[in-house]
Design a protein around this ligand. Sequence first.
Ligand SMILES: NC(=O)c1ccc[n+]([C@@H]2O[C@H](COP(=O)([O-])OP(=O)(O)OC[C@H]3O[C@@H](n4cnc5c(N)ncnc54)[C@H](OP(=O)(O)O)[C@@H]3O)[C@@H](O)[C@H]2O)c1
Length: 321
Amino acid sequence: MEPVVDNIAVTGRRVLVTGSGGFLGSHVVEQLHDVADVHAVTRETCDLRDAAAVRSLLDEVHPQIVIHLAAAQGGVAWQKANQATAYLDNAAMMDALVMASLETGVERFLFAASSICYPREASIPFREETLWDGPPDEAHWGYANAKRGGIALLQAAHEQHGLSAAVVLPANMYGPRARFEPDRSNVVAATIRRCQEAVEAGVDEITCWGSGTPVREFLYVEDAAAGIIRAAERLATPAPVNLGTGVETTIAELVETVAAAVGFRGAIRWDTERPDGAPRVCMDVDRMHRLLDWTPVTTLADGLGRTIEWWSSAREQESRS
Ligand SMILES: NC(=O)c1ccc[n+]([C@@H]2O[C@H](COP(=O)([O-])OP(=O)(O)OC[C@H]3O[C@@H](n4cnc5c(N)ncnc54)[C@H](OP(=O)(O)O)[C@@H]3O)[C@@H](O)[C@H]2O)c1
């Protein structure tokens, strides 16, 4: 079933944003700053796994809108090594926040799930109606099932208590303030790091994993933040909506674009002994276009350029301090 659209504006409302010290959360807070009464929650402000602390936080702030972006997450290697932590932490945060939102009369709750929630065997492009058609990939078992549990909880809370809630499934994001630590980064950050290091080391060849042919979808973080705010304003029931570009990019195109942007002019070789992963991952964005009346605006080349610029200056600052 499609979500119901019922507009409430963020303008002038008290909005509590979790995960605001993270990648996406920092951009959402930035975009809300001048229009809403924003309360930015970081791990230092509140450990969201602690239900009593979360209840006190909501009693104190009394938010009208909660935008829940905090998550225990990392790259594939982190997820494989931390399946139980990913499940327990994400489920505990969600349980505590939804309980406190019900008890304190929150008007709308937005939850960022993930495209990773889709079944391992889902047909491509991912369509929202197929979300529950099978289990997610084992590599993301703990994280994906906790996110799915979060969606199920919102559906139950809507059904039983009338909680107005929005659920978005963002595509793989990239942009300024992304995680670049090797065990936490995604393919975009890892590719930027590899190409930049090759330039600095003066090598004339890099080797990338796999064949370069797999297709992926990448969403620029400032667009994602705008889409999240739009979804919080419009979606009143927790049926999921994909958040993406619908643009398919091969890994080879990604590497070539990054190489050009950082000035790497050497050869790009492919180690086909290494696994490729799924051949094609992308989302159907028809529901997003229709219900949010919104579309991302940043091209991959522009978004990568801004990401590289940010990363270079972040590294410069780090080396000076
Ligand atoms: N990045 C993507 O490509 C992507 C794609 C699809 C969906 N999403 C979803 O979008 C949301 C934002 O992702 P992101 O990339 O911005 O993640 P992120 O950079 O890892 O930010 C998540 C934030 O949550 C905080 N957090 C974790 N556990 C917490 C706890 N127990 N109490 C309080 N805060 C806690 C983290 O703090 P610490 O840094 O201190 O741990 C971090 O600041 C997440 O829900 C994620 O699942 C992301």
